[in-house]
Design a protein around this ligand. Structure first.
Ligand code: FMN
Length: 112
């Protein structure tokens, strides 16, 4: 698990079998630093790698879907059939939220 601030160049993203990208939704969008990160990720040539996306939100939750679509259509990654994991903020630290994260991760691991 890495914070995007730790990823300085596209080389830091290479060499993994799968990628789960996550960002909360602010103003119905991703954060600015995450948008910058997606341009860096574009250079990492992730085509054919397994991908998924997640993020918390309170009411609309657009960011994970935008990220998921970018990974699928721009990077040409092989995306998990589960779609994006869009979590309500109030569920994140509940048993239900934890189980949803675990189920998403488990399914991703099986596909890998
Ligand atoms: C200024 C602001 C704008 C937000 N805009 C949205 C939004 O458009 N849609 C949404 O679903 N949640 C929105 N939220 C809620 C955040 O997505 C939610 O609090 C999330 O859990 C924040 O994650 P973080 O604490 O990891 O940054 C907004 C929160 C703030 C403070």
């Amino acid at each position: 698990m890495k914070k995007i601030s730790e990823i300085k160049t596209e080389k830091d993203l290479q060499g993994f079998d799968g990628y789960l990208f996550g960002c909360p939704t602010y103003h119905k969008d991703m954060t600015e630093n995450f948008k910058t990160f997606l341009f860096l990720a574009q250079k990492a040539k992730l085509e054919g790698k397994l991908g998924g996306a997640f993020g918390p939100h309170t009411h609309s939750g657009e960011a994970p879907k935008i990220i998921f679509d970018t990974m699928e259509f721009v990077y040409q990654m092989k995306m998990t059939n589960l779609g994006a994991l869009i979590l309500k903020e109030r569920e994140v630290e509940t048993t239900e939220g934890l189980r949803a994260c675990q189920a998403y991760g488990r399914d991703f691991g099986k596909r890998l």
